[in-house]
Design a protein around this ligand. Sequence first.
Ligand SMILES: [Zn+2]
Length: 397
Amino acid sequence: VASSPEDAVLAAVERRRDELVELAAELVRVPSTLGQEEPAQRIVEQYLGAAGFDVVRVTPDADAALADEDAGYPPFPYDGRSSVVGTLGDGRRLHLSGHVDVVPVEEPERWTREPWSGAVADGRLWGRGAGDMKAGLAAYLVAAAALAEVLDRPGLVVSSVIEEECGGNGMWSVLRTGQTADATLIGEPTGFQLGHSGIGVVWARLDATGEGGHAMGAAREDAFDRLARGVAALRRLEAELNEPVDGWPYGLNVGEIRGGVWPSSMPARMLAHVRLGFGPELAPSDVQRLIRERVREAAPDLGVEFEGFRARAYTHAHDGPIGTALRSAHRSLLGKEAEPAAFTATTDARFVDGDCLCYGPTAGNLHGGDEWVDLESVRQAAVVVALAAARFLQPIL
Ligand SMILES: [Zn+2]
């Protein structure tokens, strides 16, 4: 008898099994890259409203974000772009969160399936964002709907945020509205690990101005060479940051380069957009200063600007009340122990004051071609999170 509310929650998730796959696939079919989040957000808003949540939108304040060194740099104005927040009940509160934005597709012709197909095949959902992290978001939405159906107005906050992939101002602004919870879970595709920490990340833009004009006047060094010397200096900084630690957690990635139009024309401008990881002993502003210094020494005329991330490294407890509830639910339903994991990337968990863990399905090729998520793991993530939430919110069960 004592277990019947838990059984009812699990049954309510199982009843939504098909709905879960459809919701995840529907979200994948909407290309919600940076600036294009709204059609996906409408799907989330409608789902939460139908499940009985009070739903509001939260638009980041660009000026406040710019002024806060723990926020991201706004990529462009926030007109018509917002996070979705659903709330229900009171008392002890659990925040279930996911990001709706996805990274762009590169070389779509190299994908086996069309990137926005949301195809279901071989037990997997395929497409950009299937793993990172629309299936996790769908699992959390379905868990929330099941909890809302079975429990008596459970204390839930459910958010679908923008810009997790670009600075984090979606989550930052949701928390800034005063939205508080006793614990937070984020449905990143952790393969059932308890993701409790992340490294620091900053983005920088190296900007080389060139002469322009016919290559008959080309000198030995031009915009590209300055860019290359700047990147080489940052590679040396990367090596220094990783030297004292095991492995190579703090990666430099040259993710995007632009510039030039013709082999026989000197480029008027060349740009490199880079990402550098770092550890907890440095603040983002320290790393920005190091980047500026190293680039100035190596290539004095190369411009440096910062954009996107200025994220601190973070660590959350994984053995607090929500970690304990998640572990026990994971053990009950999957018969295994959920292990803690440290990420060599950042997540929105860095903005959360209380305990915050990432926990979600098994996925592959994140940010790459042929991205996928395992559908059985999506269903399992939904039931584990629903059971953990029930145990966390109503510990007397
Ligand atoms: Zn993600």
